[in-house]
Design a protein around this ligand. Structure first.
Ligand code: ZN
Length: 224
C-alpha cells in the first residue's frame, strides 16, 4: 500500500507511523475530512471523485463522492501566489515546514501547468504578489516523508481548516513537474483520488489531464 502512494493525499494519514513530530498534524486534517465525507475519495475505479468543496457558489456541495457530479457552477476568479522562501508554517502534514525559493523558471512552468485546469473548466486564475492574501498559495518545502511529491488542500470551510485551505506544497527535493503540480491543483479545486489512470490517480503515470479529470472538473465548475 505504501509503495503505491506517491503523491500527497488524505490516504497518507495511514502512513504516519514514522516520525510523528516531523511528519504529521493529523488531527487537523481528520477534522477537515470529517466534513462532507470528503474522505470518501479512496481510489475507486471511477473517472473522478468530488470532495464536495469548490471555489465560488455552491461551496460546499452535495452529493459528492466517487463519480458523483458536482453542481457545474463557475468559480469566481481564483487568486494565487508563489510563497517567498524562508516562511515557516504548520500544515496538515508537517508541524514544521520551511519554504525554499521557487525559481523564475519553475514559476513559468507552474503557471503553464495550472492552466490545464482553467483551459477546460469555468475557472480563471489571477496571480498576485507574494505578500497579498490569495485563495491559493504555492510553496516549495522539504517534506520529510518518502515518495511524496507534494500536497494540496481543498476549500474546506470551517475556521480550523481555513488555516490551510488552498495550500500547495511541492517537495523541495524533487524537480517541479506537471504531474505533481496538475495533480495537487486538482485537489485544491475539489477532486480526490481515483484508481483509474487519470492525473488524479493516487500514483499517476500520466503528466497531463485525462478524460476522467476533465469530466470531473467540468462537473464541478462547468465547461469553458
Ligand atoms: Zn493526491
Amino acid at each position: 500500500m505504501k509503495s503505491k502512494i506517491l503523491f500527497a493525499s488524505f490516504l497518507f494519514l495511514f502512513a504516519f507511523s514514522c516520525n510523528e513530530e516531523e511528519a504529521g498534524n493529523a488531527p487537523l486534517l481528520n477534522s477537515c475530512l470529517s466534513q462532507k465525507s470528503a474522505g470518501n475519495c479512496v481510489d475507486a475505479d471511477v473517472p473522478y471523485c468530488t470532495y464536495g468543496f469548490k471555489f465560488g457558489d455552491n461551496n460546499p456541495f452535495s452529493p459528492n463522492g466517487p463519480n458523483v457530479a458536482g453542481p457545474g457552477s463557475a468559480a469566481k476568479l481564483i487568486s494565487f501566489k508563489f510563497m517567498d522562501e524562508g516562511l515557516v508554517l504548520k500544515t496538515p502534514y508537517q508541524n514544521y515546514a520551511e519554504t525554499v525559493q521557487i525559481t523564475e523558471e519553475e514559476r513559468a512552468s507552474i503557471r503553464q501547468y495550472i492552466s490545464e485546469w482553467s483551459s477546460v473548466a469555468n475557472i480563471n486564475f489571477i496571480e498576485k504578489a507574494s505578500n497579498d492574501a490569495t485563495n491559493v498559495s504555492i510553496g516549495k518545502a522539504f517534506i520529510p516523508l518518502e515518495k511524496i511529491g507534494g500536497y494540496g488542500i481543498p476549500q474546506f470551510l470551517d475556521a480550523y481548516c481555513n488555516q490551510v485551505v488552498g495550500l500547495i506544497i511541492l517537495q523541495s527535493k524533487h524537480n517541479v513537474t506537471s504531474r505533481v503540480v496538475v495533480h495537487e491543483m486538482g485537489h485544491v479545486l475539489g477532486l480526490g483520488h481515483v484508481g483509474s489512470q487519470n492525473i488524479m490517480n493516487g500514483s499517476p503515470t500520466v503528466d497531463h489531464l485525462q478524460p476522467g479529470d476533465i469530466a470531473g472538473i467540468q462537473s464541478i465548475y462547468g465547461s469553458k
